[in-house]
Design a protein around this ligand. Structure first.
Ligand code: HEC
Length: 160
């Protein structure tokens, strides 16, 4: 009896340990993208809407969609050669205006995107979803569904 209890406790504990705390979940991210879809389209033939098309945004130049009319501040950031890595998008989504102000060191910088996504896990999930529309750095080997996720421990924020 006691052994069974111990075993149960052990399995419960290890389930928590192996659960990736911050690794983004693209499936959850797809559902979350509904929040973004009010303004953004994504996919092979996605067009600009209120916001620019987000197809391939991970790894893309900031303000990099040619025929979208960005706000002045984000254009300024794009001109510095800034690129949307997953880390940068993570910061941006929390508060686009604040992000631009910090990056440009300009308290008057503005963002045309008023939406904020506060929760870290939601940001990670939605970014994991965005990343499925970007070519992987190594290219080839399609559909690599994060095989490393199990090894992710709590202290590592998702990189890449
Ligand atoms: C209310 C409309 C709105 C919502 C909702 C919204 N965005 Fe945006 N987004 C914009 C606009 C407008 C811009 C252009 C910003 C500018 O020009 O300053 C933008 C820009 C961006 C950019 C920069 C793109 C580039 O080409 O540089 C990213 C990344 C982005 N949004 C991601 C998201 C994600 C992910 C979500 C959902 C979690 C989201 N947005 C929700 C309106 C929105």
């Amino acid at each position: 009896m006691r052994q069974q209890l111990l075993a149960a406790a052990f399995f419960t504990a290890s389930a928590f340990v192996t659960m990736p705390a911050f690794a983004g979940d693209a499936v959850k991210g797809e559902a979350l993208f509904k929040k973004c879809a009010a303004c953004h389209k994504i996919g092979a033939d996605a067009k600009n809407a209120v916001g620019p098309a987000l197809t391939g945004v991970v790894g893309r130049a900031v303000a990099g969609v040619e025929d979208y009319k960005y706000g002045k501040s984000i254009v300024e950031l794009g001109e510095t050669g800034a690129v949307w890595t997953e880390e940068e998008i993570f910061e941006y989504l929390a508060n686009p205006k604040k992000y631009l102000r910090a990056k440009l060191d300009n308290k008057k910088a503005k963002s045309k995107m008023s939406f904020k996504l506060k929760k870290e896990d939601q940001r990670n999930d939605v970014i994991a979803y965005l990343a499925t529309f970007s070519p992987k750095a190594e290219e080839g080997d399609a559909a690599s569904e994060e095989p490393k996720a199990e090894e992710t421990t709590e202290e590592t924020t998702t990189t890449n």
